[in-house]
Structure formats: structure tokens, C-alpha cells
Design a protein around this ligand. Sequence first.
Ligand SMILES: C[S@@+](CC[C@H](N)C(=O)[O-])C[C@H]1O[C@@H](n2cnc3c(N)ncnc32)[C@H](O)[C@@H]1O
Length: 287
Amino acid sequence: MTMRAGPDGYVMTKPDDATEKSRLDLQHYIWLLTLGGNLHLTPLPENLHKILDIGTGTGVWAAEMARAWPNTQIIATDLVLPQSMSTLPNLTFQKHDADSPWPFEEGCFDFIHGRMLASGIHDWPGLLEKTYRFLVPGGLLELLDVSHPFRAKLQSADNAETSPFIRFGHLAQRSWENNGLDYYATAKHSERMKQLGFVGITKRTFQWPLGDWPESQQDKKIGKLTLENFSSFIATAGVAILTRDGFMDEDEAKAAVSAAEQDLQHNHNQKGFYLTMVMHTASRARM
Ligand SMILES: C[S@@+](CC[C@H](N)C(=O)[O-])C[C@H]1O[C@@H](n2cnc3c(N)ncnc32)[C@H](O)[C@@H]1O
């Protein structure tokens, strides 16, 4: 069954909230670090007419793209419009649920970008089909997301029984599934893209450590920022995720979130917590 997504059905983040805005801006910076300072890894041709950013959040990516591509029209959609919208002549924000029919002309986008949408998309096959249909022939797609579950390097801590943080991930999975969300959707992207006729499909994974336990300076930097970002995420959205649609009662959820926060705060380095991020790129066949 495909459930309707909507402002009330999306508990994970609210891009018009000040704390969430700074969290999403920090997350954008972590992505920049991960991608070597680039806004995308898909090589783009010089003459791009239209770009779509699905679930734009604060619009930070869309605004930076609009500045980098002043002759390209950027359309940024979200369930909730950002509170302060950049006023660049080539950037338009549009309130829209990506799970519902798209209000655009088919075959009109040269590049479609969607980042960190997993928790808000109820119909991934439908979304991928729309990206194909609304791209120009030869048009390019880039999707970036968390690939679940959360993990620990320390083997004995890499399970819900010994780690409250890993347990939180398991509970979030069950709550999301209860709400019609596919926790493992990103693992199915490549095959679904292939079935739709996408060509040049690539999949890259990146590790986002939580804390400064890695060896390299670059990973330490990403790890410190990801710990800050993810701690804020759990504090803001943790209880809402677990109580969604009555999955857990409030007290149970608060206890699980508080234990996860403590575990993350005190044991991140010893247990080596990390997130796996995944990027898919592909293009619509030229025909
Ligand atoms: C984690 S934020 C990521 C924001 C932005 N893509 C970024 O990477 O900075 C997820 C965003 O997707 C939006 N969203 C979730 N489900 C959506 C849907 N079905 N249609 C449109 N936007 C959606 C949320 O409102 C939120 O702003």
C-alpha cells in the first residue's frame, strides 16, 4: 500500500524550524566535505536549462547551485517551504509533495537532485519513475541518502542488545516501516533504475564516522561534525520518530532516546559508531 506523505506525515525534520535549519546547513557542509568541496559528483554539461532539487530543506544546495549556474533555472520543492528563501533570479521554491503527481512538463529537467529524502518518501518506485519521465533524454539524476542500519566498528557493540544507539536505529526502522516507509529503499535503487531504463548507473558509498575515532584528519573532521549533527537530530526528532502512529508510548520512547543519546555521547569513540551514506547517479537513455 502506498501511503500519502504530507507535512503531518513527515516527522523527521522541519526545515522552517531554526534549530533544524542550522542542523541541515551543517549537514550540507558535511556533504561538501564528503564530496571534496563539490555540490554534486555527476559531471554536468555546460548548457543546462533546468535543474530540480527534490525535498530541498533550507534550500542551501539549490541556492549554491543557482549561484554557480546563473543561466540555469533551478526549481526547489519541499513539503514545507524554508522560512528565509534566497531571492536569486534563477531560483524558484515550490511547495510540493514529491510522492504526489509532479506539476511540471514531462522531459523538462536536465538534472534532478535529491538528498536525504529516505524518511519522507513513501513510494520510491513511483518517485524513481517520475525522475525518469521528467528528465530530458540524456538528463542526469543524483540521489544521496543514509543507507541503514547505523553501525558500530566494535563487533560486540554492533547490535541492539549491547548498544542503545544501535537499538534506537532498529526501533526507528520498525516505526518507519509501521508508517509505510522503506528503511532499505536505497539498497533497491540500482535495480529499480535499471528496470526503468536508466543508463550509466553508479553507486558510491561513504562512511560518516560519529566522533573523532578515525585515523585520518579528514575523517576526524567529518566525524566531529557528524556527531554534532546526529546528536541534534536524535534530540530533536528521536521521540517523534518512535511515537509516530502510536508505535511506542511517550515514556518508553523518551527512555529509548535518552539511552541512545547517552551511548552516543559517551561511547562513540570506544564503539566506533558510524553511518553509511550512499550516492546513486544515472542518466535517462538518449533513445
Ligand atoms: C533531511 S532534509 C534534507 C534537505 C535537503 N535535501 C538537504 O540535503 O539539505 C529532508 C527534506 O525533505 C523534505 N521532504 C520529505 N518528504 C518529502 C516529500 N514527500 N516531498 C517533498 N519533500 C519532502 C522534508 O520536508 C525536508 O525538508
